[in-house]
Design a protein around this ligand. Structure first.
Ligand code: NDP
Length: 273
């Protein structure tokens, strides 16, 4: 039997989720139909209710609906409660919806794939928007020595740092000598800009991750590579990793293999057909 899924967003035409889930389904020989669903803020709840009434087996939610999705679900995973945002909807037997946030697991799967273990590490998280909040619980679960959040608007970093012990707000760079891992969770690259972080933070780091990705090395990683020998990665693996976790939750399967799907997507980014 074919199970139906969709990803809801606005805009949505660019979403790679259908292809990612089709590639996962091939790994398990599952029958799946996964489509893009455009929605509007006004109609989002009604669209979701209608789709699940018609038998949808699960949905992903992307910009700008992750907070709205959190507000409409009947239960949430620990990550979604922490993030107060949901990217995965799972229908429940009682007619309710479970909301999960798989971004943090997706990031950790990608870090693990690349041999990065955060335990005992000092982590600098740049950015305090939805993506930073979405991954924070999983970063904490990885038992780093501490997480330092720097953000253009300090008040937003301070608010995130107050969510848990072990998370600090960078109010002044003089309070932080060096870190092991840097994660860029800002959308500065979208605007061709760089976060305002001293170069020494990159120079002393061992691993630097940019959640953004594209056909070329991101502007952030280009800059970083000029000043640091740290190993670097963009966020394509996180995109595939978060989808893999959604897939696992919907199908009750093992985690799909991430690496071959990243290879396909990378190839298509570099050589679009
Ligand atoms: P939000 O709009 O929620 O947050 C944006 C963040 O970036 C804020 O901290 C904002 O700071 C900061 N920012 C924006 N512009 C600049 C700038 N010019 N200079 C410095 N900081 C800036 O976006 P998200 O958190 O949802 O997404 C952030 C990034 O993460 C995006 O690039 C997105 O593509 C990527 N992402 C990747 C995923 C993946 O799977 N690879 C998953 C989710 C997100 P301020 O508070 O001051 O406005």
């Amino acid at each position: 039997m074919t199970r139906e899924f969709c990803v809801l967003g606005n805009p949505i035409a660019h979403s790679r989720s259908p292809q990612i889930h089709e590639l996962f389904a091939q790994q398990f020989e599952h029958n799946l139909c996964y489509r893009r669903q455009l929605a509007t803020v006004d109609r989002f709840s009604r669209v979701v209710a209608g789709l699940f009434r018609q038998g949808l087996a699960g949905a992903n939610v992307t910009v700008p609906f992750k907070v709205q999705a959190y507000q409409l679900v009947t239960r949430t995973t620990a990550e979604a409660s922490f993030a107060r945002a949901v990217n995965t909807l799972i229908p429940q037997r009682d007619g309710g919806l479970l909301g999960a946030n798989t971004d943090g697991k997706g990031l950790l799967y990608d870090l693990k794939r690349q041999g990065v273990d955060l335990s005992g590490c000092k982590v600098l998280l740049i950015g305090a928007g939805g993506a930073a909040r979405g991954v924070l619980k999983n970063l904490l679960d990885a038992k780093p020595e501490g997480i330092w959040i720097y953000n253009r608007t300090t008040a937003n970093a301070r608010a995130l740092s107050e969510l848990s012990t072990g998370v600090h707000c960078v109010e002044s760079w003089s309070s932080l000598a060096a870190v092991d891992v840097v994660i860029n969770a800002t959308s500065a690259s979208l605007f061709g800009q760089l976060p305002d972080v001293p170069e020494r933070m990159y120079r002393h780091a061992e691993f630097i991750y940019d959640m953004f990705y594209g056909a070329e090395l991101t502007g952030f990683l280009k800059h970083v590579q000029q000043v640091s020998d740290a190993r670097c990665s963009d966020g394509l693996g996180m995109l595939v990793g978060q989808a893999a976790e959604s897939y696992r939750l919907w199908w009750g399967s093992e985690l799909p293999r991430i690496e071959p799907v990243i290879r396909v997507l990378r190839q298509q980014l570099v050589e679009p057909s």
